[in-house]
Design a protein around this ligand. Structure first.
Ligand code: SAM
Length: 347
């Protein structure tokens, strides 16, 4: 923006309790960013009219740059009075407060700051992935959130799609615990979220309308596989999951005796089973015709369960036989039996 005849990069630094603004002259921007990225910030998103760039650095300090399609092709104004649109604007405060993430004055509660940060990062990723899906305004879409718990993410995605991106989205949260479903439906009604509902049911069998997009944040163990399978079987265009505990593979890993010396440490065994489980999930999604990305969506101090798989269904169907064979060979190498992730492929 231009301030007093000088072009500056205007920065709003958002913290849990307050925002502060800094205007950095353009010729100082590179050194400012060099001092911040990877020091103060572990994630950065550069939005341009030709493409968006996401920079992440994991807990071991390994950097990664991911390219996305441009979220907007409109050149932003340089005038002072236009604020960048936030994913959750002030109209989100009503449901954030009702869910206990904000206090009555709209400030994020310190005890909820990790949850709020996860929510914002997840929504940022959903927002980009939605751009890759090409849904148009006026097109009626249905998104489901599997194992939605209290519904933080369900409300967030409903808000993002309908209020921030101006799409027309019905959003349904599926949760096995009835008391959470009742509470979330009461809040949806109280804040006038008419296209948001919560149903009691099991991820694998809940009765649902067509599914255009499916999300699941930390659905327990193989419930993540059930969720992905619901999405692939329904031909969902978008699937985004962040897995939780990985209990299925661990007891089955020691069968090739050559692995035993590696896996005698419990921590290595745990990490190895997570790696293999999520790797197989991503491969099965590719076999089902999806383009996948595996990323860390928040730094591990916010949650160690920070791996995220995004999958967007490809327009043209490709020959799946080579991927089927690769997965078969991989499973044979590790001497693995039938797994929950096998269900991802509609048979
Ligand atoms: C760790 S919590 C995550 C909740 C929410 N997605 C979030 O991140 O805030 C997992 C939730 O999934 C629900 N859940 C687990 N397995 C399920 C299943 N098979 N069907 C429906 N809900 C399930 C649990 O009851 C719990 O509320």
């Amino acid at each position: 923006m231009n301030i007093k005849n000088q072009t500056v990069l205007s920065l709003t630094l958002r913290e849990s309790k307050r925002d502060s603004t800094q205007n950095v002259p353009l010729d100082e921007v590179t050194s400012w960013l060099n001092a911040q990225i990877a020091q103060t910030f572990q994630n950065a998103l550069l939005e341009t009219t030709s493409g968006d760039w996401q920079f992440t650095i994991n807990a071991k300090g390994v950097p990664r740059l991911i390219a996305h399609k441009a979220r907007t092709k409109t050149t932003p104004t340089r005038t002072h009075d236009r604020q960048k649109q936030r994913l959750l604007d002030d109209s989100a405060i009503a449901w954030l407060t009702a869910l206990g993430l904000c206090d009555q004055r709209g400030n994020i509660r310190p005890s909820s700051s990790d949850k709020y940060y996860q929510l914002e990062r997840y929504l940022e990723i959903v927002s980009h992935a939605v751009g890759d899906c090409g849904w148009s305004r006026g097109e009626q879409i249905h998104i489901v959130d599997m194992g939605c718990g209290k519904g933080y993410l369900t409300f967030g995605v409903w808000h993002l799609l309908n209020r921030t991106l101006n799409l027309t989205a019905d959003v349904t949260g599926v949760e096995v615990r009835r008391e959470l479903v009742d509470q979330a439906n009461d809040i949806a009604q109280a804040v006038g979220a008419n296209s948001l509902k919560f149903v009691t049911g099991d991820i694998a069998s809940a009765k649902l309308d067509k599914i255009d997009g499916l999300i699941a944040l930390h659905a327990c163990n193989t419930a993540t596989d059930d969720a992905i399978a619901r999405g692939t079987h329904a031909g969902a265009r978008l699937i985004i999951v962040s897995p939780c505990c990985h209990q299925e593979l661990r007891p089955k890993l020691g069968r090739p005796t050559v692995l035993k010396p590696l896996l005698r440490h419990g921590l290595l065994e745990e990490r190895f089973s997570e790696w293999l489980t999520d790797g197989l999930r991503a491969l099965r999604l590719e076999e089902a015709g999806y383009a996948t990305k595996v990323i860390e969506f928040v730094a591990s101090e916010h949650t160690p369960r920070n791996l995220l798989i995004t999958a967007v269904r490809k327009k043209a169907s490709a020959d799946t036989a080579p991927m089927t064979e690769r997965i078969r060979a991989l499973k044979a190498f590790f001497d693995l039996p039938d797994l929950a992730s096998d269900r991802i492929i509609p048979r």
